[in-house]
Design a protein around this ligand. Structure first.
Ligand code: C2E
Ligand code: MG
Ligand code: MG
Length: 611
């Protein structure tokens, strides 16, 4: 058969019937209706036709000689390719036709001979439409499946990308977190992380009665000296080295953190008792006492350590750190390179200190200060040569407060500069009044204590100039008392200021000499006019009568450096006699007079006392 004439857009119907008449009739009806019709007289031809082109519909005669319609239908239904093709059985009216069987073997409908044309057409059209619909559904299904597959693939892809994105974000986030929780210089945990760890430890202590811990607060002693003299790069290098050395004193489970500046925090967990923390502190101080070999310098740096015991009753981790900090300040006050264990009484003191600080701020605003004056006596003439101005605080409820109590607080808070400038102004003002009084011995001088803190104030010289100018005093009669810490802290910058003061003829006195750390070589390189021997040495003079302690040596030092010697805290006639014997130039102390109010100064001068 030649099928090339087959129109691919026309539906293709295969008629299988052994009766050529039937074939012809059916074929002509259907062809007229616009179908491609092919004919087969038996199973063999039907097979060939199907294999060549798959028909859209098969009209199948049941009664055929060799292979009957049931069998052919069954065979077609068994093949995958042909299983879907609808089969309509053809039967003669008088045939013994088993309809049930026809449907069971896969037939979809039947028509009977003689043919009712309209009926044949309707049945054929129905089946073709059904098949077309089925195929369409199939196609749609396949398409749908394909789309689902495609979408699934896309979704999976998107999911994978999302997953990768999440991971990379998590990484970034943990990096950011890491930066936020660590100190960039040393790489150690920072204050935030340290407080977190403290919080964990505190929570654990609240749950497990046997869990004990301690917090160490460590602050380097005089770190500023390194930064100021050797520069911040060296300071940074030193901080890294300190961090490393601290780590060597600790166990891997301990936490070491840099809390800021030159402060470190240590958390010791799971320790038996406070002695373990003390041992750690001692080990640290011992290790820190060894030199640090930096790239260009070898430096020494010790620290003060405060210890607080991790009590479960603490409400907040910050309080633990605060108490360790308070204890650290106590350690510093005891002299450097020490540790101190916090006890609750210290907290009370710290609160009082805070109150003092607040009161002091108000005192500066309300000008609650007074200046007392204590005479300084020349041991050559026995007469008053000048006065030292000593500040007092007239506290609204506490009465007169000693400078020993509030000057350190004023220094800590920066209030010292306002207070000290005011004292300088008041003292110079008084001096000018006294100097213009006829009974005043010539020349009377005034000594004013200058806090070390003032030297970091850029306009110190301007202020002194202004005060001298406004009060019209001779700068030669002004003496500024500085402590050894001034020349220890910041050598070069301080030297320049001191030299400037000296150029103005202002006298410079080293106060409390012998109590600080200054070396003789230091003293030599600063333009000082006098050494004021601290009262503790004057006191010991009597206890140690044969050699009179260190006082003779101190007077000797002053003389050899071309400076005067002033003895402080002279309380007895014997001390006075001894000092005279040693050729001490000046003396000051209760023996002559306690510090007195300004009104009493004139009275004292009027009596023109001589010792
Ligand atoms: P300082 O400069 O060494 O003053 C001497 C201190 O010894 C004064 O104490 C004085 O009252 C006391 N004193 C004098 N004679 C005797 C004595 O015979 N025996 C004993 N035991 N003590 C004697 P004050 O007035 O309490 O001052 C204490 C410190 O406060 C001063 O020591 C000084 O360092 C500081 N200070 C006082 N006024 C000022 C100030 O205006 N500015 C600054 N920065 N510091 C000041
Ligand atoms: Mg003084
Ligand atoms: Mg003194």
């Amino acid at each position: 058969m030649n099928y090339e004439h087959l129109d691919p857009y026309k539906k293709d119907i295969l008629i299988v019937d052994d009766m050529p008449d039937n074939l012809r009739v059916l074929s002509s009806i259907l062809t007229r209706e616009g179908y491609n019709v092919r004919k087969a007289l038996n199973w063999q031809m039907a097979l060939t036709a199907t294999q060549t082109v798959l028909p859209d519909l098969i009209l199948l005669d049941i009664m055929m000689p060799e292979v009957d319609g049931y069998e052919i239908c069954q065979t077609f239904k068994a093949w995958e390719l042909t299983a879907d093709i609808p089969v309509i059985f053809i039967s003669a009216l008088d045939d013994v036709f088993d309809k049930v069987k026809a449907f069971r073997v896969g037939g979809v409908d039947y028509i009977t001979k003689p043919f009712e044309f309209q009926e044949v057409l309707v049945r054929v059209q129905n089946q073709l439409a059904l098949r077309a619909a089925r195929l369409e559904i199939l196609k749609l299904n396949i398409e749908l499946e394909h789309r689902v597959k495609q979408r699934t693939w896309e979704l999976e892809n998107a999911l994978q990308k999302l997953h990768e994105e999440i991971i990379s974000r998590q990484k970034l986030q943990s990096q950011i977190l890491d930066i936020a929780l660590h100190d960039s210089l040393t790489g150690l945990p920072n204050r935030v992380l340290f407080i977190r760890q403290l919080k964990n430890a505190l929570n654990r202590a609240k749950q497990e009665p046997n869990f004990k811990f301690a917090v160490l607060f460590l602050d380097c002693d005089r770190f500023k000296v390194i930064n100021d003299s050797l520069g911040h790069l060296v300071g940074d290098e030193l901080l890294i080295a300190i961090g490393r050395r601290l780590q060597t004193c600790l166990l891997p489970i301990d936490t070491l953190a840099r809390l800021g500046g030159d402060e470190f925090g240590i958390l010791l967990e799971n320790i038996a008792d406070i002695n373990i923390a003390i041992q750690v502190a001692e080990r640290i101080l011992q290790q820190l006492s060894l030199a640090f070999k930096l790239s260009r310098y070898e430096v020494f740096m010790n620290a003060s350590i405060g210890i607080s015991w991790g009590n479960k009753d603490y409400d907040r981790p910050e309080y633990l750190l605060r108490d360790a900090d308070t204890a650290m300040y106590r350690a510093k006050a005891q002299g450097r390179a020490k540790y101190h264990v916090f006890d609750p009484a210290m907290h009370q003191e710290a609160i009082q200190l805070l109150e003092l600080e607040n009161d002091l701020r108000r005192a500066v605003e309300r000008q609650e200060f007074l200046v007392y004056y204590q005479p300084i006596v020349s041991l050559t003439t026995g007469r008053i040569s000048g006065f030292e101005a000593l500040v007092r605080w007239q506290h609204p409820t506490r009465g007169l407060v000693s400078p020993i109590e509030f000057i350190p607080v004023a220094e800590e808070t920066g209030l010292i500069s306002a207070i000290n400038t005011w004292v300088l102004q008041s003292a110079c003002h008084q001096l000018s009044i006294w100097q213009h009084h006829p009974i005043t011995p010539e020349p009377l001088s005034i000594s004013v204590n200058l806090s070390a803190r003032l030297f970091s104030q850029p306009n110190l010289l301007d202020q002194i100039d202004r005060i001298i100018h406004e009060n019209k005093i001779n700068p030669e009669h002004l003496q500024l008392e500085i402590t050894e810490s001034v020349i220890m802290e910041n050598t070069n910058a301080i030297k320049i200021i001191l030299e400037q003061l000296r150029q103005r003829q202002i006298k410079l006195v080293m106060d409390d000499f012998g109590t600080g750390y200054s070396s003789l070589s230091y003293l030599h390189s600063f333009p000082l006019n006098a050494l004021k021997i601290d009262k503790s040495f004057v006191k010991r003079m009597q206890e140690n009568e044969e050699n009179m302690g260190l006082v003779p040596a101190m007077i000797g030092i002053a003389n050899s450096m071309g400076m005067s010697a002033i003895a402080e805290g002279v309380e007895t006639q014997e001390q006075l006699a001894q000092l005279r014997n040693l050729n001490c130039d000046f003396a000051q102390g209760y023996l002559f007079s306690k510090p007195i109010e300004e009104e009493l100064v004139m009275k004292l001068l009027t009596t023109a006392p001589q010792w």
